[in-house]
Design a protein around this ligand. Structure first.
Ligand SMILES: O=C[C@H](O)COP(=O)(O)O
Length: 243
């Protein structure tokens, strides 16, 4: 599966409710990401809300925005990850984001059964692996996700109190991650308490999208979305392309 290289990074906005989904769509987000920030880095929505959001998104099919959802924070255990992924996919979410706590010191063997369990789901739903920059991730494992049929891979941070993406991985490491994932035909994303000023640093690395939550809220990532902040991120991303 190959993913076209971007002329500019797209705008992923994480939203906590159907109302916020509407706000993000109106603001021109490229991917609206259903996530419960109060329940953790990759906090999941309840089934009913997921299905309502999917129905609303489908009804507004004129929008070119894509729809993703996170499955919740889970340990690297096959049963828990596969069940949560299946639940999210069955709700009709087209892009499902799955967190993999993959510290470099962890045995690669721990990943194999999880990927084997997810492989059938990857045939019908676009799966995105999320690695956590603040957990010393083993980025050499990225090809394993491509081999398992994943659509994409992204970096985020697990502990939002421990600084932004750039506090954990330098530009060189991030550039290497993006280049190697793109080379494998994967959709690539970067996130992790990003602020407006991170866009100028990260956009030139060529990720397909940059993901935001905290920077879009007036009172922190568990607060409400602020349309003015959404517009500022959108405009900065677009201005970058025009430059
Ligand atoms: O997927 C993107 C995340 O929701 C980013 O959240 P954050 O900006 O609060 O780290």
């Amino acid at each position: 599966m190959s993913v076209r290289a971007p002329s500019r990074p797209g705008f992923l906005a994480s939203v906590a409710s159907v109302g916020e989904m509407d706000v993000a769509l109106a603001a021109g987000a490229d991917i609206v990401d259903l996530k419960n920030p109060a329940a953790g880095a990759l906090g999941a929505w309840e089934d009913g809300a997921l299905r309502a959001a999917v129905a609303r998104w489908r009804a507004g099919a004129a929008t070119r925005a894509d729809l993703s959802a996170t499955i919740g924070d889970h340990p690297l255990a096959t049963e828990a990850i596969c069940a949560a992924t299946a639940r999210t996919a069955e709700a009709g979410v087209p892009l499902v984001k799955i967190g993999f706590p993959l510290p470099a010191e962890a045995a690669g063997d721990a990943l194999a059964p999880v990927l084997a369990g997810l492989r059938p789901l990857a045939r019908s739903t676009r799966l995105i692996a999320v690695l956590f920059a603040d957990q010393h991730p083993d980025l050499s494992m990225v090809p394993l996700f491509a081999e398992a049929g994943f659509h994409g891979v992204m970096l985020d941070t697990a502990d939002k109190a421990r600084g932004r993406l750039g506090a954990h991985l330098g530009v060189e490491a991030l550039a290497g991650f993006v280049a190697s994932a793109r080379g494998l035909g994967l959709l690539t994303g970067l996130a992790g308490s990003l602020r407006l000023e991170d866009i100028a640093i990260l956009a030139p690395l060529g990720p397909h999208y940059l993901g935001f939550r905290g920077a879009l809220c007036a009172d922190g990532r568990t607060g409400a979305l602020d349309p003015a902040r959404l517009a500022a991120v959108r405009d900065t991303l677009r201005g970058r392309a025009a430059a």
